[in-house]
Design a protein around this ligand. Structure first.
Ligand SMILES: *Cc1c(COP(=O)(O)O)cnc(C)c1O
Length: 388
């Protein structure tokens, strides 16, 4: 008989009743060091007191107001996001997938309004992940995600990851946009080199296409910069964010330049919950904490510490690990064994990690993890690797 919860997940036999910072706790009191953070969601750890206070205060004041009306909390968050980034304007969603949908719609609408309705194609890259809507799975194009769900939304062109020089050859007079994660998350913590992001920016300028960055996983200080693309010194026309911005509250957004957003006039898009006061109040708090230069400096210091310990771990287990990769506190252990085996042994040692494609185990801790917790986490992964 089917479970009352639709069985679309392969769940680990763990269930938590409480969270405290970088720790998750089971009903019997067993404590796990959480290096998954809800897959890069719990930016400031579980049950963060500052965020909880904002949530409680806002809950006592106003939760939901329709977008029929002005929402000051939404405007405050949009002001802060546009002040801190390339963007001139923001639309709020409840998830990364919804942000991906709007990013695609916005790019197509842009060219439509420019009198070039034939420009509808979006170029995406092997290993990408942009969500599970029919549009987002069409962008990924992998069998695993699309099989049985056709007909897919047409207009996606899938290129290999890594052959950046060849991209220009695939940009045609039908291309609306190039869509890319500056650091692939689900794809296995694959960092797109700065030079490649610069090249894509140049190609978009030369050939007339919009550049869309998906920073749903790599954004919000995860890589040690507020946004991963800052390392490359180029900016997109459109950017999706979600995951980390809500610190655990469902919140996403599309950020765009005034030009790229020019087709999105009143009545062309909307959302019931997107930009509700509760989510935006929390998002604003998360953003003000993580955008502080002192906070970012700490993320980088901790990232250096963690990376050094992981390099030692890799050297100590040459049969298990191949390399450490990633940027900031978005780290991957490239494995020689099946990543799920290491993740499973980690459960026995009380450490939570997340498998990804390309034989990688992902480490995405809360950005305020302590030095002691980093040392403890790596020693638990060490024990897990020894038990394989
Ligand atoms: C998780 C993720 C998404 C989808 O976000 P949801 O909130 O699960 O809809 C999109 N893009 C990237 C890069 C992601 O990591």
């Amino acid at each position: 008989m089917i479970s009352s919860v639709l069985p679309t997940y392969n769940r680990a036999p763990l269930s938590f009743v409480k969270g405290e910072g970088s720790w998750l706790i089971e009903a019997d009191g067993r404590r796990f060091l959480d290096l998954g953070a809800g897959i890069a969601v719990n930016t400031l750890g579980h049950a963060n007191p500052e965020l909880a206070q904002v949530l409680k205060d806002q809950a006592d004041t106003l939760w939901h107001v329709s977008n029929l009306y002005k929402i000051p909390a939404q405007e405050a968050l949009a002001d802060k996001l546009t002040e801190l980034t390339f963007a001139d304007t923001c639309f709020f969603t409840n998830s990364g997938t919804e942000a991906a949908e709007l990013a695609i719609k916005m790019a197509r609408k842009y060219w439509y309004e420019k009198g070039q309705p034939e420009k509808i194609e979006v170029i995406s890259f092997e290993g990408c992940f942009h969500g599970r809507s029919t549009g987002a799975i069409a962008a990924s194009g992998t069998d695993k995600m699309v099989k049985g769900f056709g007909p897919l939304m047409p207009g996606f062109v899938h290129l290999p990851f890594g052959d950046w020089e060849a991209v220009a050859d695939h940009v045609t007079d039908k291309t609306a946009a190039i869509l890319i994660e500056p650091v692939q998350g689900e794809g296995g913590i694959r960092v797109v080199p700065d030079e490649a992001l610069k090249l894509l920016r140049r190609i978009c300028e030369e050939k007339g296409a919009l550049l869309i960055f998906d920073e749903v996983q790599c954004g919000i200080a995860r890589t040690g910069r507020l946004f991963a693309h800052e390392y490359a010194g180029v900016t997109p026309d459109i950017m999706m964010i979600a995951k980390g911005i809500g610190g655990g509250f469902p919140l996403g957004a599309v950020l765009a330049t005034e030009e790229a957003a020019s087709g999105m006039t009143a009545g062309t898009h909307g959302s019931t919950y997107g930009g509700n006061p509760l989510g935006c109040a929390i998002g604003l708090k998360v953003l003000s904490i993580v955008s502080d230069p002192a906070f970012l400096a700490e993320v980088n210091r901790k990232a250096g510490l963690m990376r050094q310990k992981l390099e030692e771990l890799v050297a100590a287990h040459p049969d298990v690990f191949e390399a450490v990769r990633g940027e900031g506190l978005m780290l991957g252990l490239k494995c020689k064994i099946a990543p799920a085996d290491l993740v499973g042994k980690g459960y026995e040692q009380g450490v939570l990690t997340v498998p990804a494609a390309d034989n990688v185990v992902r480490l995405l801790p809360a950005l305020n993890i302590t030095d002691e917790e980093i040392a403890e986490a790596v020693s638990r992964i060490d024990a897990a690797a020894s038990a394989l």
